[in-house]
Design a protein around this ligand. Structure first.
Ligand code: NAP
Length: 292
């Protein structure tokens, strides 16, 4: 068995970010400063790290990062008021509410409050619905990253059996929809799924989105399967048992350096696209005014 291709997320992310540079310059020439607002509620250290990484990645590329940090005791109403302000702020092009929020907050209600045109992480039901129907502007960033990695490495989903382990609204469900739209036959698994290893054994493509370290074992895989590990657990450990899966896979994402960096690059891409769309709308309105 040949060694698998290691799907290098850092390389893909660099490619995505390089592809945004000219658009950012063009936006600035037109006096538009692309801006992503991130909202962190509470002091969960992992969430704080994720938000910091996203903000830093923005600034490094010339995207403004508006970082809002709310106290642990924030109520749903207080959070909704902040989201509303950002929705109304002409200078903000994307809003990211870091998941998870403290228990007292109705997270779904907060996600739904994000204006759909600024929903750069596909968390609203509109965003999700559009993704599922195949015309979404901004699919959730981790599912978008998984598809981007496949595209960059020329891995087609068409006619393949994809087994997605996990069905969360931000990851398992939208990545299943994206793969289905790419003409894969998709099996979406969850904590009630019976005979999980047998299902994984049938997969040409395995997406791990479980949130459990080293959960998917090499012995579950079909020889030559493509393994995409979205998992990110304490100690930089994925949801896939890397060493045993490495021996069976034809291609595999490492953790770290796989899906994670591409996820951030997709967030930047969606923010820049949202700013570009705003500029085009403004230009269109100005033209209409002139022609009146
Ligand atoms: P989540 O909301 O906790 O969802 C986990 C999913 O796994 C659920 O659908 C759950 O099933 C399923 N599951 C749990 N135990 C299972 C079992 N024994 N067998 C089969 N399925 C099982 O997690 P998430 O937010 O989707 O995140 C998943 C992983 O991705 C985490 O490691 C997270 O850190 C990582 N992540 C990475 C990025 C990135 O940028 N790389 C971004 C987001 C998330 P039920 O629905 O039945 O409960």
């Amino acid at each position: 068995m040949e060694k698998p291709v290691i799907l290098d997320g850092n390389r893909v992310a660099t490619h995505v970010k390089d592809g945004l540079k000219a658009t950012i310059v063009k936006l600035k020439e037109n006096h538009v400063q692309p801006c992503l607002a991130t909202i962190l509620v509470g002091d969960d250290p992992s969430s704080a790290t994720y938000v910091k990484m996203k903000g830093n990645a923005c600034e490094k590329l010339g995207i403004e990062s508006k970082r809002i940090h709310l106290p642990e005791q924030t109520t749903t109403e207080q959070l909704l008021a902040v989201i509303q302000q950002l929705n109304n702020d002409e200078n903000v092009h994307g809003i990211l509410l870091q998941h998870p929020v403290p228990n007292q907050i109705d997270e779904r209600k907060a996600f739904e409050a994000i204006a759909v045109e600024k929903d750069v992480d596909g968390v609203t039901s509109w965003g999700y619905g559009q993704t599922a129907l195949g015309f979404g502007q901004y699919p959730s960033c981790t599912p978008a990253a998984i598809i981007k990695i496949m595209d960059e490495y020329g891995i087609s989903a068409e006619g393949k059996h994809a087994v997605v382990v996990g069905r969360s609204p931000i990851l398992g469900k939208p990545v299943s929809a994206l793969l289905l739209n790419r003409n894969a036959t998709v099996t979406t698994c969850h904590s009630f799924t019976a005979n999980l290893p047998e299902l994984v054994k049938q997969a040409d493509i395995v997406v791990a989105a479980v949130g459990k370290p080293n959960f998917i074992k090499g012995e579950w895989l079909k020889e030559g399967a493509v393994v995409l590990d979205a998992g990110y657990n304490k100690g930089n450990i994925g949801d896939v048992e890397y060493d045993t899966c490495f021996n069976k896979a034809s291609a595999i994402t490492p953790v770290p350096g796989g899906v994670g960096p591409v996820t951030i690059s997709m967030l930047l891409k969606h923010t820049v696209e949202s700013a570009e769309k705003k500029l085009l709308e403004t230009v269109q309105k100005e033209r209409e005014l002139v022609s009146q």
